[in-house]
Design a protein around this ligand. Structure first.
Ligand code: DGL
Length: 247
């Protein structure tokens, strides 16, 4: 059984890609929405939440955990790996493919404040963006929109535009979605950017990595009982169920 968690429903954008590759697995998805957003929380706080959720997922029978949250990956995955005996798959900021794909020499990164200040992101940027200009912006209000289930409409467009336009005005022709909530706003983001801008969702790469790790560790990629998904939340599960029904 595969455990997946995020501060909210955002990690379903990762689950959506995983289930394409592993359609006969059983899954537990945990939304920590009673503690959402993680973006501005301290590292200690996020580590405590990640431990509590991991204990819960292991008790449910999960043998691998996907930290389907860039902020929690940056804050807690090293600690989780050092304390538990199961594999953890995290989210990588897709800065490398963006740097390889840009023609203008400018890439935009949308992420939470926690991700943008984390050493994991800063190290990746340092390694792969030599000679490339990187423009960053917090997707201000994006997580709240997704958690409210407001994936389209005039208000959503206005909120998204305020964080995307600064990247476009700097000349970004590739934009990395560095938070797992943001892919649910991708249609709106792409509409604002226009077709010439490549918007990268790192979820497919994370899903491929999970499959590789499971094979390497000899973990079964199919469950005996076939496909199942259990949706759990620390707060109300209404948005989780709504977004899951849209996948
Ligand atoms: N989905 C999240 C991420 O990938 C967390 C957003 C938040 O809770 O601030 O960073």
């Amino acid at each position: 059984m595969i455990g997946i968690f995020d501060s909210g429903a955002g990690g379903l954008s990762v689950y959506r890609e995983i289930v394409k590759l592993l359609p006969h697995q059983s899954y537990v998805y945990f939304s920590d929405n009673a503690h959402c957003p993680y973006g501005e929380k301290s590292q200690e706080y996020i580590i405590d939440r990640a431990r509590a959720i991991t204990d819960h997922l292991i008790a449910e029978g999960c043998s691998v955990v996907v930290v389907a949250c860039n902020t929690a990956t940056a804050a807690a995955i090293a600690t989780l790996r050092s304390e538990y005996d199961i594999p953890f798959i995290g989210m990588e900021p897709a800065v490398k493919p963006a740097a390889l794909g840009t023609k203008s020499g400018v890439i935009g990164v949308l992420a939470t404040a926690g991700t943008l200040r984390a050493s994991k992101y800063l190290d990746t940027k340092e390694r792969f963006t030599d000679g490339i200009k990187v423009v960053e912006h917090v997707g201000q209000g994006f997580v709240e929109l997704v958690e409210a289930g407001e994936l389209e409409g005039k208000h959503t467009e206005e909120v998204v535009r305020a964080s995307v336009e600064p990247l476009l005005s700097e000349g970004a022709d590739v934009i990395v979605l560095g938070c797992t909530h943001y892919p649910f706003l991708r249609p709106v983001i792409q509409e604002i950017c226009g077709p010439a801008v490549n918007v990268i969702d790192p979820a497919p790469a994370a899903a491929r990595h999970l499959v590789d790790v499971m094979k390497e560790k000899g973990l079964p990629t199919e469950s005996e009982g076939g496909f199942s998904i259990q949706l759990e939340a620390s707060g109300s599960d209404a948005t989780l169920r709504k977004i899951h029904s849209l996948l």
